[in-house]
Every structure is written in C-alpha cells, then in structure tokens.
Design a protein around this ligand. Structure first.
Ligand SMILES: CC(C)(COP(=O)(O)OP(=O)(O)OC[C@H]1O[C@@H](n2cnc3c(N)ncnc32)[C@H](O)[C@@H]1OP(=O)(O)O)[C@@H](O)C(=O)NCCC(=O)NCCS
Length: 207
C-alpha cells in the first residue's frame, strides 16, 4: 500500500492509495472541533457497552483530555469517523517521586471505517505533535493490543512490568514508550495525578 501524507498548517490531510484502487482521504482536526455527544456516540460504537469499567478509565479518572494531543478524523465526506484522546496522568515511585506521563486513549475508529488507516493517521498526528514540541511530557503509556501499538508505534511492555495500575490488566497490553533520558521508573504506580499513596494491588488478570 502506498501512503501519502500532506501537512497543511494545523490540519492534516492523509490520502491512501491501495493496490485495489480504493482511495480514502482523511482530515485530521483537533478533537475540540467535535461535539461531546458525537465523541461519546463514536466510543459507544467502537467499544463494548461496559467500556467505562475498563482499567483505562480508572487510570484517567475523569481527567480532561489534552486539546493539543487529542484528534479527530473526518472521512472524504466530512463524516466524523475516528478519535484519539490523550490525558495527563502520573507515575509515582515507591519513594514518592511523581513523574508526569501522557496516557494515550481511547483510540477509536467507527467499525465501518476500520482497517483503512484511520487509527494509524490519528496516532501519526500524536507523534507529529510530540515532535513539534506540543507535548509537555516525553513519555507515553497505553493499554492496547501490542501487535498494534508495539509493532506500529514502538510501545513496549518491557517498560511496564513493575508498574501497578488501579484495576485488572493483561500485563502484555500495558505499554509505554519514552525518549526521557534515564528512561522510566521500573517500579511505579500509573494513575491520576491526585491519587492517594496507598499501594494498588498489582493486578495480573485480564481486563
Ligand atoms: C484498534 C483501532 C483503533 C485501529 O484503527 P484502524 O483504523 O482500524 O487501524 P489501521 O487501519 O490504522 O491499522 C493499521 C494497521 O494495524 C492493523 N491493526 C488494526 N487493528 C489492529 C489490532 N487491534 N491489532 C493488531 N493490528 C491491528 C491493521 O491491519 C493495519 O495493518 P497493516 O498496516 O499491516 O495493513 C480500531 O480497530 C478500533 O477502534 N478498535 C476498537 C477500539 C480499540 O480497541 N481501541 C484500541 C485501544 S484504546
């Protein structure tokens, strides 16, 4: 597949040309351009009904998403078809050192639009924003499929094996990446900034 990306000011347009001739143009815009009810409807369509019980929601704990690092995708007809939210959370070490980290997700694409590169374009917009200095952290974490986030975006479960999270998680799906000098703490709690200091149970069952 040949992919062409054109960056136009703050709006990103992505064209995909497939061998079979399909052609899809996406527009990546700030998520702030999209109404809250439309975002919720898209998340309802992409995830199971119990999505808000996921450990990811406990890690974010209703923290607002970051406007500079959250994006929406519109298809060639202008239809809202995908979104990516990022939230500022914390890594807290046993010594009480608190480090900011950007929690990636939910990343969601309408089922009708999946496997056409929309998720990749949204993640590309995030990586591009980070390269342009729009992120005030140099570390990212996500709970997701390693075959997607590790293979395509260099996230690694090796960085998170000593981390605690406030709910059940498949350890191989707890992923991180960083350019931070000295790396990330091997042992830490990942959670919302104001979380108390009591240790979490280190959950190893699936979410
Ligand atoms: C996961 C998701 C965001 C991917 O978005 P998408 O637009 O369908 O994926 P893309 O077209 O960008 O995929 C790019 C590549 O990843 C692959 N891929 C897609 N979803 C994948 C998954 N869950 N696991 C592994 N690989 C995946 C595609 O086959 C494609 O591979 P290729 O480039 O080798 O052909 C989307 O399927 C989705 O919304 N799923 C439900 C919600 C979810 O699970 N979100 C992730 C956790 S927050």
């Amino acid at each position: 597949m040949i992919r062409l990306s054109i960056l136009i000011d703050r709006v990103k347009r992505v064209a995909f040309i497939r061998p079979e001739g399909l052609y899809l143009v996406l527009e990546i815009v700030p998520l702030a351009n999209i109404a809250t009810h439309a975002i919720e409807s898209l998340l309802d369509a992409a995830f199971e009904p119990e999505r808000k019980r996921r450990t990811s929601y406990l890690i974010r704990a209703n923290q607002p998403w970051l406007p500079a690092l959250s994006f929406a995708a519109r298809d060639a007809a202008g239809f809202f078809c995908g979104q990516l939210q990022c939230t500022r959370v914390s890594l807290t070490t046993p010594e009480g050192d608190v480090q900011p980290i950007t929690f990636v997700g939910p990343l969601a694409v309408l089922p009708s639009h999946q496997a056409h590169g929309v998720g990749r374009a949204l993640m590309g917009a995030l990586m591009s924003a980070e390269e342009r200095g729009l992120s005030d952290t140099d570390a990212f974490a996500v709970i997701g499929d390693p075959d997607y986030f590790a293979r395509l975006f260099d996230f690694s479960a090796a960085l998170t094996q000593g981390w605690e999270v406030p709910g059940p998680v498949d350890r191989h799906r707890l992923l991180a990446k960083t350019t931070r000098v000295g790396g990330l703490p091997c042992v830490a709690r990942l959670g919302p900034p104001m979380l108390g200091t009591a240790p979490f149970a280190l959950a190893r069952t699936s979410a």
